[in-house]
Design a protein around this ligand. Structure first.
Ligand code: ACO
Length: 311
């Protein structure tokens, strides 16, 4: 990559132009996008597992229908994102193999178990809430196919966030046992939700370059702060307590000050040692292996159709 080419590319980014699949791009830009979009796609797919766990146990038909629709939406998000990644010259099969052999990550949050129905509320409210906080700015990311995928994904994520908050409202306003379950779910998901934004800025290896390329629009800490500022009043509305005794409004800064998550736990989880990592990867591997005959059949059918057309 000559310095002139790199400078011309950076000038396009700085001018707010979008980069399209057939445009020239530096190898590092392509690789960073494959890593981030691929990881994002894997997160959507793995993210179906903790909630899929509760579809058959939803308390009412309406809740079941909503949860089923939400989990299906996540599959759709994964598919858009795999398609966006494919425009960068990688196949979905390659991405899946990289996930299964540990060369690619997925979001840390999905390595925590969902133990009660209240967790469906906490996941929708906090996990989808954090996902939206991160994804709304990505609608303006510099890579066209990624930015466009984000538009629909964000619309659907806001429905997910609301259905989670609605569950929390029912639980928090219900019997004392339901309130206790809602509080317990918040207690378990609060810090893992804060970890979704990635390590603190001083430990974020990719942020500086990704922001210069407008692959990321904000730093990890900026988005984490925004999430805390928006979520604390929602917890107050629910009458629930954020499990952080040091949480306090800082008048001078115009932000809440809060306790950082336990970063050693975060690094353990992303290294594969969280509570559910083995289960999640085993489920993905089983789905991949069990689906081999479908992929083979589709390929055989495509080959036969092509041969028939030639004849
Ligand atoms: N879970 C797992 N891994 C993470 C997480 C996380 N929450 N946060 C950071 N990491 C990893 C990074 O991937 C990187 O590892 P790698 O070099 O092996 O890829 C390492 O930790 C260092 O972090 P950063 O330098 O800060 O990484 P990056 O610049 O990629 O920022 C972030 C991480 C904020 C998650 C970014 O990739 C991003 O915005 N991704 C798009 C959104 C996304 O993936 N959302 C999925 C979760 S929610 C959902 O939609 C279902």
């Amino acid at each position: 990559d000559s310095p002139e080419k790199l400078a011309a590319f950076q000038a396009r980014i700085d001018a707010g132009e979008q980069i399209e699949p057939k445009d020239w791009m530096p190898e590092g830009y392509r690789k960073t996008l494959i890593r981030q979009i691929g990881q994002h796609a894997h997160s959507e797919i793995v993210g179906q597992l903790p909630e899929g766990n509760w579809i058959t146990r939803a308390p009412t038909l309406e809740r079941k229908a909503n949860l089923l629709a939400k989990v299906q939406d996540e599959a759709g998000h994964g598919l858009y994102l795999y398609c966006a990644a494919e425009t960068l010259g990688v196949t979905r099969d390659e991405l899946t193999r990289m996930l299964l052999d540990g060369r690619m990550k997925y979001s840390s949050i999905f390595n925590y178990p969902t133990l009660t129905w209240a967790d469906m509320g906490a996941v929708g409210w906090l996990v989808d809430g954090a996902a939206i906080m991160n994804q709304v700015p990505l609608q303006r990311t510099s890579y066209g196919p990624y930015a466009r995928a984000m538009v629909r994904i964000c619309k659907e994520e806001s429905f997910h966030q609301r259905q989670g908050f609605h569950i929390m409202m029912a639980m928090a306003g219900g019997s004392s046992d339901q309130r206790r379950m809602a509080q317990d779910a918040l207690n378990r998901f609060w810090f893992p939700a804060l970890m979704m934004f990635g390590p603190s800025d001083k430990d974020s290896v990719h942020s500086a370059q990704s922001m210069a390329w407008k692959i990321k629009m904000n730093t990890n800490d900026e988005l984490r702060q925004k999430f805390v500022d928006e979520t604390v009043p929602q917890a107050e509305y629910l009458g629930l307590t954020i499990p952080d005794p040091d949480l306090a409004w800082n008048e001078e800064e115009g932000h809440y000050s809060f306790t950082e998550p336990d970063w050693s736990e975060f690094f353990e989880v992303i290294a594969g040692n969280g509570p559910c990592n083995v289960d999640r990867i085993t489920a993905r591997r089983t789905a991949w292996d069990d689906g081999a005959w479908v992929r083979d059949a589709l390929m055989a059918h495509a080959e036969k159709s092509a041969a028939r057309k030639m004849a």
